[in-house]
Design a protein around this ligand. Structure first.
Ligand SMILES: C[S@@+](CC[C@H](N)C(=O)[O-])C[C@H]1O[C@@H](n2cnc3c(N)ncnc32)[C@H](O)[C@@H]1O
Length: 358
């Protein structure tokens, strides 16, 4: 059985957000005081996450990426990884993290079956790191990156969101840092997913600008056959080192998208920019969805969770696995051809990136 949408895209990649909480406050993601956190009672338990993932894997999911918020804040993160990698079909499990907890966790995560890590590092300048993340944690981040490398969580991929006047002067420095250590550097175009809704298309640093900076220092050769990967890759000075650009805005790759997302509060999303979600938490708990939110309809219903309406009768599915499989298909049925960021009717989703799972 496979998860094919109406545009023929086969979905193999499930991004699971383990929490919306984060240990940093990156200016392009969250305000200084954070955001209204998801109510703890709405967060999926580890059993529930593994249950949804098991059904996803039975439908054709082969890769699981754990994210957040900051996934390493989840106290049972090693157990989560161990249980997901042990699922029938042995999905590949990887992690996107700010690396702060990696010095203490990297080798246990490797032993639990984690395959690799993507680590966010937007600057190598301590003062700038403090301004950008509102935490003085550059030294700890670098220690976390080294710990991932030492534990064999390869390839170590370093992600930086390119920002005008902030770190666009560090494109070459960050790339050299990565190449010298055998990591892969990837630059991300900033997307309209910040909690403050301040994203400005005219201000964002484009793929063309990132490549121009890189070409000022390196000879780049495009690597063909990118498949469903978000990053387009170039070899640096003949290789083998590569650098990537995730050009979600100026060169969207939706046509090959194979990703589905599960939020920490149990909502399936077909796209980062979806305006609708499919509620699997209610299915898992045998309770009706919050008032006004039918499965698969209603914008970002989880934002309203916590103000539960009076219980109303709803059929509790006898076979939860079948209901979850149906929820995956229903979610996929609503997936659009593209994110339409450049369409005048585009609306930024209610949920910020931290509550969706980047
Ligand atoms: C939301 S974070 C969650 C995982 C983890 N805490 C981390 O730092 O990688 C995942 C990725 O999303 C990126 N990100 C956050 N907001 C973004 C935005 N508005 N546009 C593009 N990327 C963004 C971050 O830089 C990071 O690489």
């Amino acid at each position: 059985m496979s998860l094919v949408d109406r545009f023929g895209r086969e979905h193999r990649d499930l991004r699971i957000s383990l929490t919306d909480r984060c240990s940093l406050r990156c200016t392009y993601c969250m305000p200084a005081d954070g955001v209204p956190w998801l109510a703890r009672s709405t967060m999926l338990s580890t059993d529930e996450i593994v249950h949804v993932a098991r059904v996803g894997v039975s439908l054709g999911i082969t890769e699981i990426r754990l994210t957040g918020g900051e996934p390493l804040l989840r106290v049972d993160i090693v157990d989560v990884v161990r249980r997901l990698t042990a699922l029938p079909g042995s999905p590949e499990v990887s992690l996107t993290t700010n690396a702060l907890r990696l010095p203490g966790l990297a080798s246990s995560l490797k032993d639990a079956g984690l395959s690799r890590v993507n680590i966010s590092l937007d600057t190598l300048d301590r003062q700038k790191f403090l301004q950008l993340t509102r935490r003085d944690k550059l030294v700890e981040t670098l220690a976390g990156i080294a710990a991932a490398d030492a534990a064999g969580l390869h390839p170590v991929k370093i992600n930086a969101v390119a920002m005008r006047g902030v770190n666009d002067d560090e494109v070459v420095t960050l790339t050299r840092f990565a190449v010298e250590r055998g990591y892969q550097m990837r630059f991300i175009e900033q997307m309209p997913l910040d909690a403050g809704h301040t994203w400005d298309r005219a201000e964002m640093v484009t793929q063309a600008e990132i490549l121009a900076s890189l070409r000022s220092a390196f000879t780049l050769t495009e690597v063909p056959s990118r498949g469903a990967a978000p990053a387009e890759l170039w070899t640096i000075d003949g290789g083998p080192a590569t650098v990537g650009v995730i050009a979600s805005v100026t060169a969207p790759f939706c046509g090959a998208c194979d990703r589905l997302r599960l939020t920490a509060d149990g909502q399936l999303r077909a796209c980062l920019f979806s305006q609708t979600e499919t509620d699997v938490r209610s299915l898992l708990r045998g309770s009706p969805p919050p008032d006004g939110a039918e499965i698969g309809v209603g914008p970002a219903q989880a934002m309203r969770i916590g103000t539960q309406a009076a219980p109303r009768p709803a059929p509790v599915p006898a076979d939860v696995d079948a209901a979850l499989a149906e929820a995956f298909r229903r979610c996929l049925a609503g997936k659009k051809a593209g994110h339409d960021i450049d369409d005048p009717s585009f609306l930024q989703p209610d949920r910020p990136m931290s509550a969706i799972g980047g």
